[in-house]
Each structure stands twice: as C-alpha cells, then as structure tokens.
Design a protein around this ligand. Sequence first.
Ligand code: SF4
Length: 244
Amino acid sequence: MGCSQCIVHCSNEFVDKEGKHVTFSLEYETIWSMGGMTGIDDFDTIAQLDRLCDGIGVDTMDTGVAMDSGYKNFGGGQAAIEMVEEIGMGTPFGKILGNGAAAVGKHFNHKRVPVVKGQAIAAYDPRAMQGNAVTSATSPMGADHTAGNVVGEYMAGTLDPLKPEGQMEASRKSQIAMASVDCTGLCLLASFALTTPEGGGAFLKAMNAKFGLQMGPEDISGYGDQGSEGRIGFQPKGGVYIRR
Ligand code: SF4
C-alpha cells in the first residue's frame, strides 16, 4: 500500500494475531513517539494507537509526546489508548490533547515540552544532531524534520553530529535541497532515488518533458534556493512561476 498515484508504495501493513488488518504504514516516527517516548513496548498497542490517530486525523508524533506530562502512568498502553480515544470523543481533555504537544505542555504547565515554534520534534533529537537544531531554529515551521534534515550526512560519516563545526552549512544545504524537492512536487521519501546518477537523470528528463524546460542538475538546486523563500514553483500546465 501507499499513496494512490505513486509506484513506490512505501507503506507496510500491520495485522493482528488472526491476520486481520489493524493499520497501514506503522512508521518509524510512530513507533518512536507511541513506543519509546511513552514507555509502551507492546507492538499491538502501538499499532492500535496508530490506527486510532489515523481514524481521528491527528499526527502520531504530536500525540505521542503528551504522556510525559504525568497525566497518566508512563508506559500504560491501555491508558494511552483511552487518552487518544478522548480526542475522538471530543472531551475537554481530548480537545487539549488533539491540539498537540505544545497545548498539552501549556495546560499542565509542564517544563519539558519537545516543540520548537509550537511544532513537535520528530525522532531526530536536536541535542545530539546539531544541524537539525539549526534547521529547527531557522525554519519557519520550527521542528519540521522535512525542512532540512541533516541525518544523511551523519549516517554517511561526513559530519560529526555533536560538533558545532559545519552544522550551519549542512543545515543550509539540506534546507535548500528539501525546498528543491518541494518545488518539484516530488515526495520527499521518493526523492532519495535522485541521489543516484540514473535516478537524478531520469527525473530531470521527466521534468523537462513535462514542463517544456531544459533544466540541468544545477537548476533544480537553484529553484530550491528561491523556493526556500516561497518565490518559485512549477506550474501544473508547464513552466515555472516566480513571485517577486
Ligand atoms: S514514496 Fe511518498 S508518495 Fe510514494 S507511497 Fe511513499 S509516501 Fe506516498
């Protein structure tokens, strides 16, 4: 399964003991926020929480961080399910929880609220990934892990995540690259294929054919540079628009 018009189909399916469907796309971020961050170590409970959040229409990352406030026992799976169900029922507490981690922290006057500019931090701890901290501090969305994630450089071993040197430049580069991808309309998850010469070349060919352009690789990053300021994008029927 995956998004309807995408051939990548990056989603998984989680089933119960009888093989019956529970949820689609039980992702890394959900397992972290509903599991590691809440002390819940039972996969079936985490899948159930994911299903509830999907059905209600709330973000799993934002909802998972709420348990740290001490409202219910940390690690209590059933308690977590009941809390999320309250969002769906629209109870007074459910409304607070449904407004995300910042609202929960404010309500409980909780000192430790993992948000930047009101946006919940994803599973990329900025204390140990300083480039991501730069992105959170400089991006309009705050802790948006799709705005300029530097994790690729850390995994490749080209940048030490704990040393301040190079983090600002890495964040800037990543923010421009991710803005480039956003300009093209390509899903960020599918865009990793562009880092191969075959993938990047095929993508450029498709974009040029679709929009009647003669773009080279450097043009895409140029668009990202301008796109990061919200000034450029691709027209659905061809060409690019530039807002000055
Ligand atoms: S790669 Fe992106 S568009 Fe494709 S199925 Fe995954 S999330 Fe959806």
